[in-house]
Design a protein. Structure first.
Length: 253
């Protein structure tokens, strides 16, 4: 999907290197980061696509040019089909039959890509794919929590308010799929960061990437009993509004 979305529609050049229609540039450092996988997973995926004949590659000392073998089947060139009448009728008929489906697929791909680049705060859950709705709800909950904690410290909230869908949701998804995080962990950490007990961490966990990086420590800290001499009681004090926010945000998790 990433290769289809980034492949060129028409001829261009990259650092004076010719890039044809149906080709795209990849790198073992930047590309895995963009799609949220490891370098080894990226290499394995490329090898599998090459072995099944779906792509070919041509590497330089700085980047790799990937060619999608059947790119025209996914993204038909309408101009080419109308300016080359000498093409065999069977091929033209095949294009006419597949063009509506390919166009629909193209529009769906564009919509998904646009959503991922939109501000998280401006996206409704109805716009999100079913497979990512759980991650989306959790992401928005933590975004709102970070903004609240920043406001309490009179700190700027611009970065968090302008965070994109992919920046937040991808990190939450990876927490569940790779870091073996579960719903109980998430709810516990959310409550901890929204309580007086987590006061120290409130000023240190102000982004979704930092949350993921420190998540294991936060779970362990949230499981620790409170020190009476430091906090005055053995239970964190959460006001009614905060408790209601936690309840509402965790209902769909």
């Amino acid at each position: 999907m990433h290769l289809l979305l980034t492949a060129n529609w028409e001829y261009t050049e990259y650092k004076k290197y010719p890039i044809q229609r149906g080709q795209c540039i990849t790198g073992t450092s930047e590309t895995p980061k963009k799609i949220g996988i490891s370098k080894q997973q990226f290499r394995t995926a490329i090898s599998k696509l090459k072995s099944t004949g779906e792509i070919t590659t041509n590497s330089t000392n700085k980047f790799t040019v990937v060619t999608l073998v059947k790119y025209d089947d996914y993204q038909p060139n309408e101009e080419e089909s109308t300016t080359k009448p000498t093409r065999k009728p069977t091929r033209e008929q095949h294009q006419n039959n597949t063009q509506p489906n390919n166009t629909l697929r193209s529009e769906e791909d564009k919509e998904i890509k646009n959503i991922r680049n939109n501000l998280l705060s401006e996206i409704n859950i109805s716009d999100v794919e079913d497979s990512e709705k759980k991650y989306f709800e959790i992401a928005k909950s933590f975004q709102q929590l970070f903004i609240k904690n920043l406001e309490e410290k009179n700190s700027p909230t611009k970065d968090q308010r302008e965070a994109t869908y992919k920046n937040y949701v991808d990190q939450i998804r990876l927490m569940f799929e790779r870091d073996e995080v579960n719903k109980e962990h998430v709810v516990k950490v959310y409550k901890y960061l929204n309580s007086p007990a987590g006061e120290f961490w409130k000023t240190n966990i102000l982004s979704i990437k930092t949350l993921r990086k420190q998540f294991q420590k936060l779970v362990a800290q949230a499981n620790q009993p409170l020190n009476k001499s430091q906090h005055g009681s053995t239970e964190p004090t959460i006001n009614r509004q905060s408790a209601e926010t936690i309840r509402q945000n965790s209902e769909g998790w």
